[in-house]
Design a protein around this ligand. Structure first.
Ligand code: GLA
Length: 401
């Protein structure tokens, strides 16, 4: 082979394998659509089903969301995560796995919409998804137009197989493509907090993952996944960055998947609500235990997550295994979680001063799991907190005459 042909071949190889330059940049002309004034709520296939997902399973989730009371409690999005894709056709259009989705994505989206719900899909900014299916690199506009034609309302956009791509630029291209698609589509950024998404995520997307993946355990590390409290510990400083239409995403819920106790799932759900996290259920909604259904549809806890102020909780106190998390709410109430990571039940207490409340106030205090209200509390409140459990409170201060 002569030198000229070798140079041409090498150049072709580089063009074929690096679809977008690392210094790509794009301007977003259209403003971000206002689609997530409160954290998105819904269901996603990944935590429970992984790549073992098909049309019948997704339909069952939509039916269950509509009939179980979850939709009435605020859950909206039915999102298919990785592995729905099979290939691209000759024109480069993304093609769904016909064996698993025989009626096609459009029909599935129509079904989800017929239940009064919204429909979401997953793709990836790389050449391949994390599950090895075709990614959207270099096909962003074509894919966004396809999603819009199918009736997609939400895109989770992952970060595997991205080579030297610049994350901000890559997500900006997809944001631009979605905004030009003619349909309102929530953009869920999933680059695991690796490229400071808090700096550019607010203009580009509606939510961004702050960490690697969660797995269904109280604590621990496994490859790049973490148990629930390990994920929680990574959120402590993130409160500065989130707010309406720009949410930190500490990953999806594991409630109901079997790896934690009921008490631990109550803690998981409470803490995610305190974090103003997207509440994306990750269990099989068509086979929920009464406890799972009770936890996922606790409207008082959901109301904290969905509070209009959108102020993520801060950990205001920690002593060994005991922590207090607090967030201010619209209208002057305060949400508090007393959290006990330890092996024994303990009595915990939070004082008004810790919450920056005037010492002389009285407050009505609602216990959001025991469904009890204490009227006229003075100085502070507390209670017995189970091992690995929470006491979650909504404190409504009143002016003392
Ligand atoms: C990554 C994401 C997960 C999930 C899988 C799918 O690990 O972080 O949430 O989407 O890919 O392959």
């Amino acid at each position: 082979m002569n030198l000229h042909r070798l140079v041409v071949l090498v150049a072709l190889f580089i063009v074929a394998t690096v679809p977008v330059r690392a210094n790509e940049s794009l301007h977003l002309d259209a403003p971000k659509p206002d689609l997530a004034g409160t954290p998105p709520m819904g269901w996603n296939s990944w935590n429970r089903f992984g790549c073992n997902i098909d049309e019948a399973t997704v339909r069952r989730q939509a039916e269950a969301m509509a009939s179980s009371g979850l939709a009435a409690a605020g859950y909206r999005y039915i999102v298919i995560d990785d592995c729905w894709q099979a290939s691209r056709d000759d024109a480069g259009n993304i093609v769904a796995d016909a064996a698993r989705f025989p009626a096609g994505i459009r029909a599935l989206a129509d079904f989800v919409h017929s239940k009064g719900l919204k429909f979401g899909l997953y793709s990836d900014a790389g050449t391949l998804t994390c599950g090895g299916r075709p990614g959207s690199a270099g096909r962003e506009f074509q894919d966004a137009r396809q999603y819009a034609a199918w009736g997609v309302d939400y895109l989770k956009y992952d970060w595997c197989h991205t080579g030297t791509r610049d994350a901000e630029a890559a997500y900006t291209i997809m944001a631009k493509a979605l905004r030009e698609s003619g349909r309102d589509i929530v953009l869920s950024i999933c680059e695991w907090g690796n490229n400071h998404p808090e700096r550019w995520g607010p203009t580009v997307g509606h939510l961004w993952r702050t960490t690697g993946d969660i797995y269904d355990a109280w604590q621990g590390r496994r490859d790049w996944s973490s148990g629930m409290v390990d994920i929680l510990d990574l959120q402590v400083d993130a409160w500065r960055h989130s707010g309406p239409n720009r949410w930190n995403d500490p990953d999806m819920l594991e409630v109901g998947n079997g790896g934690m106790t009921t008490t631990e799932y109550e803690s998981h759900f409470s803490l995610w609500a305190m974090l103003a996290a997207p509440l994306i259920a990750g269990d099989d909604l068509s086979a929920m235990s009464p406890d799972t259904q009770r936890i996922l549809s606790n409207r008082d806890v959901i109301a904290i997550d969905q509070d209009a102020l959108g102020q993520q909780a801060r950990r205001i106190w920690k002593d060994g295994d005991q922590e207090i998390w607090a967030r201010p709410l619209q209208g002057g109430d305060v949400a508090v979680v007393l959290f006990n990571r330890g092996p024994q039940a303990v009595t915990m207490h939070v004082g008004w001063a810790q919450l920056n409340l005037p010492a002389r106030i009285q407050a009505d205090v609602a216990d959001l799991w025991r469904h009890r209200v204490t009227r006229g509390a003075r100085d502070g409140v507390g209670g017995l907190v189970a091992s690995h459990g929470v006491v979650m409170l909504r404190i409504s201060p009143a002016i003392v005459p």
